[in-house]
Design a protein around this ligand. Structure first.
Ligand SMILES: O=C(O)CCC(=O)C(=O)O
Length: 277
């Protein structure tokens, strides 16, 4: 078990609240290596597309299925993340997808309330034995559109999701009722802070109306036993090879541009609602 993995107390908080924020899980230097790599990574930018919100503001996203040897893959495969996920989910996990979500100043769009399992149910995963971790690469604040969650909403089970404007979101009426009963938590993060949240935790984020960029790296995991029951653009069980916790510092700047297959591993999961760049 990695010495940087979530503590017993953090795991208990996750089960109670549906999320837990691990402050400085990665050092400022590690977060900065990932951010600088993201800035100069040509293939990451070639694979990007825009996801619009209801006002037309756009978040730039790159999504990929399998983690490689680049620093983004080393993050997703790091012992501290995978060991934590295995504790949260309760068994061996595999990588389901990762994404770089970039909200540019004055441009980055909002995300409607949704549960990730609202999507993943439709992808053939029978159980919500899935979770996401989100690491801030830039400071993420209320001002530039950090994540917001409804505390305890993972306990309501899956809510119906439907197309709303250009996004797929949770049934609005249900969310309105839940907002009256549950606390809305604005999760501000500094680079290196990692937010873990359950696949049924309702979350949203506002548009970036500020002059400050908001880039974040998200990695999602599925229980090994929860292999999807039909083929989908996100993968079925694939053995995840963990790397030691010092892998990012040892690798330094290591972009996906060195990985000829990255563009094949990247894809647009919401083609029907997003516009390709
Ligand atoms: O980047 C964000 O603000 C939200 C991301 C999100 O909710 C998602 O990718 O499911």
């Amino acid at each position: 078990m990695s010495k940087f993995a979530l503590t017993g107390e953090q795991i208990a908080a996750y089960h109670r609240d549906g999320f837990v924020l691990a402050r400085a899980m990665f050092s400022a230097e590690e977060a900065s290596i990932i951010l600088r790599t993201a800035e100069l990574d040509d293939r990451m930018h070639q694979a990007a597309y825009f996801r619009s919100d209801s006002t037309g503001s756009k978040t730039r996203m790159t999504v990929w299925n399998h983690p490689g040897d680049d620093v983004f893959g080393l993050f997703a495969r790091s012992e501290r993340i995978v060991d934590s996920m295995e504790e949260l989910i309760g068994e061996e996990v595999y990588h389901y997808n990762s994404k770089l979500n970039a909200k540019e100043p004055f441009e980055g769009g909002a995300w409607e309330w949704h549960q990730d399992y609202g999507y993943w149910y439709a992808s053939g995963c029978l159980f919500p034995a899935m979770a996401t971790c989100m690491m801030a690469l830039d400071p993420c604040t209320a001002e530039n559109g950090c994540l917001e969650v409804l505390k305890g909403s993972h306990l309501v089970g899956r809510i119906d999701h439907g197309v709303s404007g250009k996004q797929i979101s949770a049934d609005q009426k249900r969310v309105e009722f839940l907002e009256k009963r549950l606390e809305r938590v604005v999760v501000e993060q500094q680079p290196g802070d990692v937010l873990f949240f359950h696949a049924n935790t309702l979350h949203t984020s506002s548009a970036n109306g500020s002059a400050k960029r908001r880039w974040a790296l998200l990695s999602c995991y599925n229980a090994a036993s929860n292999d999807p029951v039909f083929a989908h653009h996100h993968p079925g069980y694939t053995k995840l090879h963990k790397v030691p916790d010092d892998a990012i510092l040892k690798a330094g700047i290591k972009p996906t541009s060195e990985d000829k297959e990255f563009l094949q591993r990247a894809h647009n999961p919401i083609t029907e609602v997003a516009e390709k760049v």
